[in-house]
Design a protein around this ligand. Structure first.
Ligand SMILES: *[C@@H]1O[C@H](CO)[C@@H](O)[C@H](O)[C@H]1NC(C)=O
Ligand SMILES: *[C@@H]1O[C@H](CO)[C@@H](O)[C@H](O)[C@H]1NC(C)=O
Length: 216
């Protein structure tokens, strides 16, 4: 989609296609994706470099891989992702729910001001995940560390079920740790049992699952 244009995708229904994203947004500002129902073989919505002021509301995803911001940070010089809202979305039979993914490579890219609100997740393997160690073949990642700074990401009223014990996983960059990650009203269970959150280098917080973030 081109820059500075506003698009509305209403009632998009796509066939399931392996290796195809439902909707990909990149280098675009002020895009709205409203009332969409997407099933595909890859990401339901994928958000690439240079996306800003993106509004997604009333989305149904499944089966597919969920929403993904990224992969970002392949390039050293890369436009950031800013001001993304995902409001009222259901994920069913998805591998991930809400994912932010960056290559473990040097980059000046960034992700900031993201809000996920009123989300229902049904049996996702990784309901909430930040993965800054992405490097599938373990080459082309000389430092095995991402330069992409992730800041101000809010998860609000996210509930449902996880297919694995670790429902919330934050693997942030070693040199640019995530800043300002907030979970508010997150309740993900595994067959009615509590789940855990994995998040190196942090303290504890009062959400379910008990997470690893310190109040800032
Ligand atoms: C964020 O994007 C929305 C549209 O998605 C826009 O209405 C709002 O003004 C933007 N916020 C800022 C701070 O630019
Ligand atoms: C979390 O969800 C489970 C299953 O739906 C529910 O039984 C439990 O009361 C919820 N906990 C909170 C704190 O909302």
């Amino acid at each position: 989609m081109s820059q500075r244009q506003s698009h509305q995708h209403e009632n998009i229904r796509q066939c399931r296609q392996p290796q195809h994203d439902g909707i990909h947004v990149e280098q675009s500002s002020a895009v709205s994706i409203l009332g969409s129902c997407i099933s595909t073989g890859d990401d339901c919505v994928s958000i690439g470099p240079g996306s800003s002021d993106l509004w997604i509301e009333n989305l149904f995803c499944g089966p597919c891989h969920g929403i993904s911001i990224g992969s970002l940070g392949w390039n050293l010089q890369e436009a950031g992702v800013q001001n993304v809202t995902v409001k009222t979305a259901t994920f069913r039979g998805t591998q991930n729910g809400l994912r932010i993914k960056t290559w473990a490579r040097p980059s000046n890219g960034f992700v900031k001001d993201v809000c996920f609100q009123h989300i229902v997740i049904d049996n996702a393997k990784y309901p909430i995940i930040i993965d800054q160690n992405y490097c599938p073949d373990h080459n082309k990642c000389p430092s095995q560390d991402s330069g992409v700074q992730i800041s101000n990401v809010r998860y609000e009223d996210v509930h449902g079920t996880s297919a694995t014990h670790v429902a919330v996983k934050f693997e942030c960059s070693k040199t640019n740790p995530c800043r300002g990650i907030t979970l508010d009203g997150v309740n993900l269970t595994l067959k009615d049992k509590p789940t855990t959150a994995l998040c190196p280098r942090n303290g504890n917080n009062v959400v379910k699952p008990t997470t690893c973030l310190k109040e800032e």
